[in-house]
Design a protein around this ligand. Structure first.
Ligand code: FAD
Length: 410
């Protein structure tokens, strides 16, 4: 559970830590890192801009690369209990007809679990052993250096050995750091996220439909489905109910499960709107600070892997920081970046490639996409991501490499 405490209390508790770490943003990456560091005896200060975290958020399909992080935090069983297996993935035609269904769960099973979970439930799982946080607080000033000084929105100031900017895709903390230019892919699309209780005959089935100017997806979480309906941003101005009606007309062969999904979108008084743009920071590490998760590389939804990569990066950083002191911190962070950044960017490139295929208008394009999806195996489409999962990084070996590099030659 996240426990709200004051910033002053958090800074005071951290007083005797060998490394004083500030984590900005209590999202999946920031909390994964905080939980790991706490397990290792540190007391990172964790701040969050929002006033509380009661909202379930949206659905996350999580790939096996985060299993080891959950094991290390000691919450893997809770995770399985609060999530649902994503055993199969189906692709439908732009009219709604089922084109193919693949056993994605079985394909990934040799590497670990493929599960669907609500973001709020994941945060509860990650904080099973308790996690203090100061809500309603952001960073408004940063003086770089060996022990950077931070100014908070509360009017307080403090020095830390390391500031971790984990404040998401539209990170404000990133703007305070000298990390170079960010590259952004903006698809011009957006979509609403909501929930449906109609699980259908196969509750472990995730399904997607890429139509001519619209997208519909249904993803299992525990006891319900997360629903996503999207389209070109200007066409969503008609509102969720009218847009859902448009999708219904364009795709008459949807079946009861996805018809119920559209009903859920149409009747939700306040569905979450998600603009489909990503971001890639030029550098992740500057003196005294790092970018983590979406703040470093924020993803388009097309490969369903942003949270997985964010948690993997947090796990690598947390495990490597177990070996850190003020003397070796800079070398260790440089090594972390050299391993993790190419991994994350290769997954991001895969999601950008899929976006080029999917966010295209026109009936002819929709038909060509369907022909391609019929012919290509899921293994081929997600090949680079499956290779990343199969080839997990080793935090201890990476730390040893950084310490070898830092050691003076004999
Ligand atoms: C609708 C939707 C569906 C998705 N589906 C999937 C999926 O199926 N699989 C998958 O792997 N990924 C998915 N993703 C991507 C995934 O959610 C992100 O990659 C992941 O949440 C990144 O984690 P993060 O901790 O870096 O950022 P976030 O989870 O966004 O957390 C950032 C936190 O920082 C806080 N914050 C923001 N600004 C400040 C500030 N200035 N100061 C302090 N705190 C601040 C925010 O309130 C938030 O709590 C999805 C994303 C969305 C939006």
């Amino acid at each position: 559970m996240l426990t709200a405490i004051t910033l002053h209390e958090q800074i005071d508790t951290q007083r005797d830590d060998p490394l004083r770490i500030l984590i900005v943003g209590a999202g999946v990456a920031g909390i994964t890192l905080a939980a790991l560091l706490r397990k290792q005896g540190l007391h990172p200060v964790l701040i969050e801009r929002m006033a509380g975290m009661e909202h379930p958020g949206y659905m996350l399909a999580l790939m096996p690369m985060l299993d080891q992080a959950l094991e290390d935090i000691g919450v893997h069983d809770e995770y399985l209990a609060r999530s649902a297996p994503l055993a199969r993935y189906a692709f439908r035609s732009h009219r709604g007809r089922m084109l193919r269904s693949d056993d994605l769960g079985a394909l990934l099973a040799i590497h670990g679990d493929y599960q669907g979970i609500e973001r709020g439930a994941l945060i509860e799982v990650l904080t099973t052993n308790g996690c203090p946080v100061t809500f309603d607080t952001t960073v408004i000033g940063f003086n770089p250096g060996e022990r950077p000084e931070v100014m908070f929105s509360t009017g307080e100031g403090a020095s830390f050995d390391l500031v971790v900017a984990a404040d998401g895709i539209r990170s404000r903390t990133r703007d305070l750091l000298d990390v170079g230019d960010a590259s952004i892919v903006d698809t011009g699309w957006a979509g609403w996220v909501t929930w449906s209780d109609v699980l259908g005959d196969d509750p472990a089935l995730g399904e997607e439909l890429w139509g001519d100017g619209f997208f519909l997806g249904a993803y299992p979480v525990k006891d319900r489905l997360g629903i996503f309906v999207g389209g070109p941003a200007e066409e969503l101005e008609v509102g969720p109910a009218a847009f859902a009606a448009r999708v219904r007309d364009a795709a008459p062969e949807l079946g009861d499960r996805l018809q119920a999904a559209l009903d859920a979108v149409a009747t939700d008084p306040d569905p979450y709107l998600w603009p489909l743009a990503d971001v890639r920071a030029e550098r992740w590490v500057v003196p005294g600070a790092v970018l983590l998760g979406d703040a470093a590389s924020g993803f388009l939804p097309t490969a369903g892997i942003g949270a997985g990569m964010a948690m993997e990066s947090a796990w690598m950083l947390g495990r490597m920081l177990a070996h850190a002191d003020r003397g070796n911190l800079a070398a260790l962070l440089a090594e972390w970046e050299s391993v993790q950044k190419p991994r994350v960017e290769s997954a991001q490139s895969n999601s950008r490639m899929l976006a080029r295929l999917m966010f295209r208008r026109g009936k002819l394009i929709a038909r060509l996409r369907e022909t391609a999806m019929r012919m290509l195996s899921v293994k081929a489409v997600l090949g680079p991501i499956i290779r990343l999962i199969a080839d997990q990084p080793d935090p201890d070996a990476t730390w040893r490499r950084s310490s070898d590099r830092a050691a003076p030659a004999a």
